[in-house]
Design a protein around this ligand. Structure first.
Ligand SMILES: [Zn+2]
Length: 389
């Protein structure tokens, strides 16, 4: 395939190093968005900046083969998590040691953005005989509320037939490719008691103690068993109540938040109903309001026979000489938006490394080239008409 000879490794490496040098902590993605847009322009494309809110734009660019066909989206997120303690190098300076490049976001996921762009460059440079179009999208806010991905679903790329997300899933072990991902909701539970002098607690209803009773019984909540995911899970994340300024008063209000992972088949309303039944079974005296608050993500599962999954599987086999491993993953990514909400089948795949969301995050440089090659072969099969299924 002539297109494969157009893989520009030096270009990929330059993109990665420059992207790591541009801080893009969640909420501050603009400079990196403008950088990605300028690189897309340099390829002769006409990128658009979609303002998601304030100073936070997504980048969207389209390459059209001129022939009708599928639309394949290449996607990544611009944002990184904030700097955490313990870095032994400057997190905003790419530092190479052996086969590793250290820097914040190197793995999650500036490496993926660079590889996807390098694959697109090989397409633009070689103009292969394929049909349909490729949308390159880089979004804000994956690490928090997926606002960028949600905004993207309001643009014409929402009609993409499939999406490749350049997250660092290597295709084996803990990096097995997700064929499905859990969803999640955040319960917001407000317990309303009755104030009284705290020397006569029996005259009031203690909202904190009633809330504690619910939390201590959360393990009794009925979680649905899914054949592939098993059960979801629960974690209390926050609790607040009691006086602002010290006072000997029975607290009349307590609010707490519980994260719940959902498996396919569980919905927001079924989850609220589960909690309502649990609370009723406890015979509390307080009034309990059960609600949810953002963020909320839909779970999904896909068939291994999805055309994009088949195209990727063949491409992976050709490059790595073995089958990719798949998993049903207890996690959250922008695929919950694209696939769970938008119904666009997805493949997660990206370069290797370690330390995502930790100090000394690094990317393994020798995985860049094979990653780009898997992307390109997947694109050619999927848009090639036929061979991709
Ligand atoms: Zn990520």
């Amino acid at each position: 395939m002539a297109t494969l000879s157009h893989i520009d490794e030096a270009y990929c490496r330059r993109l990665l190093e420059e992207m790591v040098s541009i801080p893009s902590i969640v909420g501050e993605e603009k400079e990196l968005a403008e950088y990605v847009a300028s690189e897309l322009e340099a390829l002769g494309l006409r990128p658009e900046l979609q303002v998601v809110e304030g100073d936070r734009p997504n980048v969207i660019a389209l390459w059209d083969s001129g022939k009708p066909g599928r639309m394949l989206m290449l996607n990544g997120h611009l944002d990184t998590v904030p700097i955490c303690e313990g870095w032994s190098t400057d997190p905003f300076k790419p530092v190479v040691k052996g086969d590793r490049l250290y820097g914040l976001g190197a793995l999650d996921m500036k490496g993926g953005l660079a590889c996807l762009l390098t694959a697109l460059k090989a397409i633009v440079d070689s103009q292969p005989d394929i049909a349909g179009s490729i949308a390159y999208t880089a979004v804000v806010g994956e690490e928090a509320y997926s606002k960028g991905a949600k905004a993207l679903l309001k643009t014409p790329v929402a009609r993409a037939n499939a999406v490749i997300i350049g997250e660092p899933y290597s295709g084996y072990g803990s990096g097995a490719i997700p064929l499905g991902i859990t969803g999640k909701i955040l319960y917001n539970i407000v317990v309303k008691g009755k104030a009284a002098h705290a020397f006569r607690p029996e005259e009031g209803i203690n909202a904190i103690e009633e809330a504690a009773h619910i939390i201590a019984n959360l393990h009794r909540l009925k979680l649905r068993e899914h054949p592939k995911f098993g059960r979801g899970n629960l974690c209390t994340l926050k609790i607040e109540g009691g006086y602002k300024v010290y006072s000997v008063v029975v607290p009349d209000r307590c609010r707490f938040e519980v994260n719940r992972l959902l498996v396919p088949g569980e919905t927001v309303s079924s989850a609220i109903e589960d909690m309502r039944r649990l609370v009723e079974s406890l015979g509390l005296r307080a009034e309990v309001e059960i609600g949810t608050k953002p963020p909320r993500y839909e779970p999904f599962e896909m068939s291994p026979d999805e055309p994009i999954v088949k195209a990727f599987t063949e491409a992976f086999r050709e490059v790595h000489g073995r089958e990719p491993e798949f998993q049903y993953s207890k996690s959250i990514t922008d695929a919950n938006v694209f696939t769970g909400e938008g119904g666009i089948p997805s493949v997660h795949y990206g370069p290797g490394g370690g330390g995502a969301h930790q100090a000394d995050e690094y990317l393994i440089l020798s995985t860049l080239r094979p990653t780009v090659e898997v992307y390109l072969r997947t694109i050619l099969k999927y848009l090639g008409g036929g061979s991709g299924g």
